[in-house]
Design a protein around this ligand. Structure first.
Ligand code: 26V
Length: 830
């Protein structure tokens, strides 16, 4: 049976039998867990290992989710509600069990049920592997959005790739990063359901022919290669489990797994080549989020999941409405960055070539269906593809892009009278660098709405990358500031603080995060401040234990935990933080009699494997840590740690344990940041630049409670244009100069002065990231924080105000804005 001959799946499901709701008491759950152990896993309670308990518990939780999943699916269909399809190459989910248990309100009965068999829920949860199908901010945002769509009742479908190997595991060997493969599917994945009936053929290469049909030219693409996209569905549970959405991830398979002809002819290896090539498409996540990959396999991944998702969306739509002209009324497709931007051309192909629609009608529908989110303005990260590669792999989509481009450029010249420079800036084809397809332009013109992820970022989009397209379509760009889900990042990650909130302001904040503002009234209360500090202390002890176990470094939970965790990138300026650390170290040594505030500098994050400078920064952090931590003259006033393998699960321990959050990117470069929100929600103070969402955090938290320093985005742009270099600044800053000199002399690199020559010279010569330029302002702000730390009441008051004033940064708010302004979907739209 070929996939195309599969009958369209009709929804014949009946809503779950509500007359017999499942019981959620510990007795019932204990009985069910043992049943799963026995009949699904084949183990007795005596023989079961911790992994078996994990699987059995997961299956019991899953049963409860499935009931609601069916109900949600059926209700969306019955009400003919508009669906939101979120297309993303990345979903950085982390663990699912605790999230599901907590959202279903089952934490206590499950804990009790397992305890009857001397099994500890916390230990069981730790065995679940992280689903690390993403690089960083963009992928984690997609995961928060899935949770918030379910929590706010938006009928959402996440579409992505089921990578066999997610984001690599990082080990640190002699202070340097080593990358190891990650194998999250090793023990199977009880959360996913393979849907072989939802399989689609995806073509690559081949030729385009045309046929005349009823006086109209029809194009037919005959791909040279075909692979099968098979769906795997994972339920996405929202708060209280009321609404359950679907995350559908595609896996690539060969249509003909073994070429029997070749096999029989004795060519055993050749017989498997095709299936290896097909399966390679979904084998591994690209780990570089800082510069564009450029490899053919990456473009194959992008088209593979775009085409599969669109074919699935169309099939679903036709099954329900039997008509594609109302597609945009019933489906909104969000493009998470340009990675799925080829969807614009592919939807046109499906509508025009496959479903026989007229070009203009198809174009109107396409634009009305798509919207696009931009997540970076870094020139090196903007996606473009060489025309010859695009044409060879996707010949029909290339023709369609030319045709779209012709229409847009006609609009620009005839309608607006744009000049040649403007036309070449708008064009979907970059003629300057050996002819390339610009995916940002394609996503922009194919969408009715284009958004940035913070107010500043959106403004900069209008001024820089999309300046001319913004002139052509002035109402298309809008802002949607990011958010994070308070369920994972407050309730689950910080049960201590959540309990304190229950007791102080009542549990209403769990359903409506805006109620957390009630905490403001308690921020001045000394007794409350102490309880708040006690929770923070416990969280710091938990992190200190982890550091002790993993790194054999002893941390004092009484010291200020000053934390920078995120991808390692020059623009994020971990190097600025390390230089300040070195300067502080030198000051503590030369002025030991001063009343220094004890600090622990904590770093974590992964460098792209090919990003040399980022790897040098990791190396330097480790080198500095070794020297500082072993210097007795420091007397514990300063400790430096680099925690390996930063991931979602580690973040859940780190965020609640921070006193100070480092958000110090060069202004204008960090599109939003979301770690900044997680830290502040958990009561960390922020030291940061006026960049990304920090700007809006300042507005919400108030200038007395956030610690902003440094150049602003327009100042950075001006100084770069004026050819700023670092040397003059370094000469005028003795602390900075001394730090750079020490590093250059090999003080931290076992006498090897060459190790950091490139990093240090880049500050002296070009200072592109404004490290020298911002050093003094950063140093001064840190010393101001040292002083504040000594007034424990004042610090705790500010910390509590941070928690109280962060509700706006919930991803529920972001999702409601997308639903209202862009998708016209969700509870409010019905
Ligand atoms: C680019 C590439 C290039 C090709 C290889 C794979 C790959 C993967 C990702 C990216 C784009 C990364 C862009 C990104 O993650 N941006 C971050 O998005 C966050 C959510 O909006 C935001 O908070 C961060 O500020 C922004 O850096």
């Amino acid at each position: 049976m070929t996939p195309s001959s599969l009958a369209v799946r009709q929804d014949r499901l009946e809503p779950g039998d509500k007359s017999q709701p499942r019981l959620n008491d510990a007795d019932t759950i204990a009985k069910e867990i043992v049943e799963k152990l026995t009949y699904s896993i084949g183990k007795t309670t005596g023989a079961a290992r911790l992994h078996d308990w994990l699987e059995a518990t997961t299956l019991v939780v899953r049963d409860r989710i499935i009931d609601n999943w069916f109900n949600s699916t059926i209700e969306t269909r019955r009400s003919q509600a508009k669906r939101v399809c979120y297309l993303s190459m990345e979903f950085l989910i982390g663990r699912l069990l605790r999230d599901a248990i907590s959202n279903l309100g089952l934490t206590d009965p499950i804990r009790e049920a397992l305890a009857r068999y001397d099994v500890e829920l916390d230990l069981v949860e730790l065995l679940e592997p992280d689903a690390a199908l993403g690089n960083g901010g963009l992928g984690r945002l997609a995961a928060c959005f899935m949770e918030s769509m379910a929590s706010t009742g938006v009928p959402g479908y996440g579409y992505g790739i089921r990578y066999v190997h997610g984001f690599f595991r990082q080990e640190i060997v002699d202070s340097a990063q080593v990358e190891l493969p990650e194998t999250w599917l090793k023990h199977g994945n009880p959360w996913e359901f393979e849907r072989r009936e939802s399989s689609y053929e995806i073509g690559f290469g081949g030729k385009v022919t045309s046929i005349e049909e009823n006086g109209r030219t029809r194009f037919v693409w005959r791909p040279a290669e075909r692979v099968l996209a098979v769906a795997y569905d994972t339920p996405a549970v929202g708060w209280r489990g009321n609404h359950v959405n679907t995350l559908r991830l595609w896996s690539a398979q060969s249509l003909d797994p073994i070429l029997l002809d070749a096999f029989n002819a004795g060519d055993h290896i050749g017989a498997l080549l095709e299936s290896n090539k097909a399966e390679a498409i979904t084998r591994v996540l690209y780990p570089a989020d800082s510069h564009q990959a450029g490899q053919e396999l990456r473009l194959r991944q992008e088209f593979f999941f775009s085409s599969a998702s669109l074919q699935d969306i169309i099939r679903h739509h036709l099954a329900q409405y039997d008509d594609l002209t109302n597609l945009a009324d019933k489906v909104a497709i969000q493009l998470n960055d340009t990675h799925p931007a080829v969807s614009v051309a592919e939807l046109m192909r499906l509508l025009v070539d496959v479903h026989g629609m007229e070009w203009d009608a198809a174009w109107t529908i396409t634009r009305a269906t798509f919207s696009y989110t931009n997540h970076t303005l870094l020139p090196e990260a903007l996606e473009t593809w060489p025309i010859h590669l695009f044409e060879r792999l996707l010949p029909r989509q290339m023709q369609i892009i030319y045709q779209i481009n012709a229409g847009v450029l006609r609009e620009a010249t005839q309608g607006q009278g744009f000049d040649d420079r403007t036309i070449s800036a708008i064009s979907l084809i970059d003629e300057g660098n050996g002819r390339r397809v610009r995916m940002g332009q394609l996503a922009f013109v194919g969408s009715h709405a284009v958004n940035g992820v913070s107010a500043l970022h959106t403004e900069l989009m209008k001024q820089t990358v999309f300046h001319d397209l913004h002139r052509l379509y002035p109402s298309r760009i809008e802002n949607k500031t990011n958010g994070v889900t308070p369920r994972r990042w407050l309730h689950q990650a910080n049960p201590g603080l959540s309990k304190l909130l229950d007791e102080t302001i009542g549990p209403g904040f769990r359903d409506n995060i805006e109620e957390i503002a009630k905490l403001d009234a308690h921020a001045d209360d000394a007794a409350f401040q102490e309880r708040f500090a006690a929770v923070k202390r416990e969280n710091k002890e938990r992190l200190a234990t982890l550091v002790q176990e993993r790194l054999a470094i002893t941390l004092d939970p009484g010291a200020m935990f000053d934390i920078q965790v995120k991808r390692i990138h020059e623009y994020k300026r971990q190097l600025l933080n390390i230089l300040e650390t070195v300067a502080l170290y030198e000051q503590i040594r030369s002025l030991p009699h001063l009343d220094w505030t004890p600090r622990v500098k904590i770093f974590a994050g992964k460098a792209a494997p090919s990003y040399v400078q980022a790897k040098e920064i990791i190396h330097l952090a480790g080198d500095v840590a070794r020297v500082v931590n072993s210097d007795p003259t420091v007397r514990g006033l300063l400790k430096v740690v680099f925690i390996p393998n930063y991931n979602v699960s580690l973040a859940e321990i780190i965020m609640p344990a921070a006193d100070l959050s480092e958000q110090i990117s060069t202004a204008g470069l960090e599109a939003s940041g979301t770690g900044n929100m997680k830290f502040a929600l958990n009561g960390a103070l922020t030291i940061g630049t006026l960049d990304g969402a920090n700007v809006e955090m300042l507005e919400h938290i108030g200038e007395d409670n956030i610690f902003i320093f440094g150049l602003k985005a327009d100042e950075v742009a001006r100084m770069r244009a004026e050819g700023h270099g670092g040397q003059a600044v370094i000469n005028s800053q003795p602390l900075l100069r001394s730090a750079i000199d020490s590093i250059s002399a090999g003080v931290f690199s076992q006498g090897d002065p060459g190790r950091y020559a490139n990093l240090m010279n880049s500050i002296r010569d070009r200072d592109w990231w404004m490290i020298a330029a911002d050093f003094r302002a950063y140093w001064d702000k840190q010393r101001q924080l040292d002083v504040l730390w000594k007034d424990r009441g004042a610090w705790n008051r500010v910390a509590a105000r941070n928690t109280a004033r962060m509700s706006w940064f919930s991803s529920d708010r972001s999702i409601r804005e997308y639903a209202r302004d862009i998708w016209k979907a969700g509870p409010g739209a019905r």
